[in-house]
Write a protein that binds this ligand. Structure first.
Ligand code: UDX
Length: 442
């Protein structure tokens, strides 16, 4: 609803192929980008894996929106078994999808102007570039950014990556540093060698210098098109949820529960769609939230605790809280009763919170989340770090500090100002217009 009327340019009929990673946190922004491109007169084909495919009974095809499955082979068991780490899964997905993606994309030629591929699809990016060299079409893009990890002295600053410390660099529990570095190197090489440009879901007010670095290091046009979720209309965002609804269905009744609470009184707690915690941490969270005395809305996603989903610890009083399996997060964060967000700092959650002016309690789990958490707490000043040492007392103290303390109030004020800057970017939508012009010039 916030987007100004987009400029429809004279390129009706040009088609863009989009290839998101099959995870909620990656599907949503890519579908939001699809909406924005369609609103400017481009047609879109979303190529998708069989895993997390759109539900054919729910999604609508039209002349300007099509979905095309790529029929990848089943992943090897070692990449999908419960103990498998996310890097093993991403490597296996890339291997399984390279040829089927190339064949699906080739079947669309010569009618495709450009492909937008998630940055972690390094194999697809290479395949698209090789097809593009056939001169039948050109290929852009790569979404998202990974930074090189490693190091031992955890609290030392990394001067070239200020404000990051060594401990904030990307890591994945259970994954060897060598395997993680290998994966990141493939992503970086594919972007450098195969992409014509970079699309990033962020905006200048929060990452101007980082965007400048990407552009300088890759020597490619870079488009900061975010915050994507604010640029798409409410109506189409609801449709996007329906496309991939088999992922999780939100419990909308929690909004009525929020209606009954005073402004800024409730803490929203969610660790996104992928992160898993262990049983002990779950118990400490429950005890700590209860002890804080602050009302809370807690998303307990099925599968988010390693092993089987535990019951709440015996004797804990959660009468001030509401627990749901999945929430309509964007509506929750925009609700006046929400005063803070305990988040794992996935990029979508971070942006959504920034855009609603909600201060955060940052407790990253893996991958880019540690980087995002450091920006939240030390670069933008809109959050508190919960810390890696985790027990119920620290949880209760941190929750109270954020929700009723002076420090929390100062962060809420900074978050309110950042929200205004995000809204100014939404009103401008210049980057997306520039991206469309660039695609049409290819
Ligand atoms: C993954 C990675 O884990 C993360 O590190 C990376 O930055 C993006 O991809 P995920 O862990 O799912 O993402 O987190 P996040 O990026 O925050 O995305 C979660 C999405 O699910 C958000 O758009 C959020 O609004 C939505 N959500 C989450 C709900 O709609 N309801 C919920 O109850 C929880």
């Amino acid at each position: 609803t916030q987007e100004r009327e987009p400029e429809r340019q004279p390129h009706a009929g040009r088609r863009v192929a989009l290839f998101p990673l099959p995870f909620q946190g990656h599907l949503s922004p890519m579908l939001q980008l699809a909406d924005l491109l369609r609103a400017r007169g481009l047609a879109v084909t979303v190529l998708h894996t069989r895993s997390n495919a759109p539900d054919p009974a729910r999604h609508r095809h039209g002349p300007d929106l099509a979905f095309l499955p790529i029929h990848e082979a089943a992943l090897p068991e070692e990449a999908t078994s419960p103990g498998a780490d996310i890097v093993a899964q991403l490597l296996a997905l890339n291997a399984a999808c390279e040829a089927p993606f190339r064949d699906a994309l080739a079947s669309l030629l010569p009618g495709v102007a450009c492909a937008v591929v998630d940055g972690q699809w390094y194999a697809a990016l290479g395949a698209a570039a090789r097809l593009g060299n056939s001169d039948e079409c050109h290929f852009v893009l790569a979404e998202s950014l990974w930074i090189i990890p490693a190091g031992e002295r955890l609290d030392e600053a990394v001067p070239e990556l200020e404000p990051l410390r060594v401990r904030d660099l990307i890591r994945v529990d259970g994954c060897e540093t060598e395997a993680l570095c290998g994966f990141i190197a493939r992503v970086a090489d594919a972007m450098r060698d195969s992409a014509s440009g970079v699309v990033v879901n962020t905006f200048d007010a929060i990452e101007a210098s980082e965007l400048g670095k990407i552009e300088a290091e890759l020597s490619k046009p870079t488009f900061a098109v975010g915050p994507l979720h604010k640029l798409t209309t409410a109506r189409t965002a609801a449709e996007q949820y329906r496309h991939f609804v088999r992922l999780y269905g939100p419990d909308r009744a929690c909004l009525a529960w929020l209606d009954a609470h005073p402004p800024r009184s409730v803490l929203y707690v969610s660790l996104g769609s992928v992160a898993c915690i262990d049983h002990d941490m779950f118990d400490e969270m429950a005890w700590g939230l209860a002890a804080s005395g602050v009302p809370f809305l807690w998303v307990n996603r099925p599968g988010s605790v390693r092993g089987c989903m535990p019951a709440l610890p015996y004797g804990v009083d959660v009468s001030r809280g509401k627990i749901v399996p999945w929430a309509p997060q964007r509506d929750v964060l925009a609700h006046p009763a929400i005063g803070g967000f305990w988040t794992h700092c996935g990029w979508n959650s971070t942006l959504e919170s920034v855009c609603e002016g909600v201060p955060m309690l940052a407790r990253p789990c893996f991958a880019d989340q540690t980087v995002n958490a450091r920006y939240v707490t030390h670069q933008w000043g809109v959050g508190l770090e919960l810390g890696e040492v985790f027990d119920r007392d620290r949880v209760a103290v941190a929750v109270r500090k954020l929700m009723v303390g002076e420090e929390g109030a100062a962060m809420r004020e900074t978050a309110r100002r950042l929200k205004i800057q995000a809204n100014q970017c939404v009103a401008a939508t210049l980057a997306i217009d520039n991206l469309v012009k660039y695609i049409c010039s290819l």
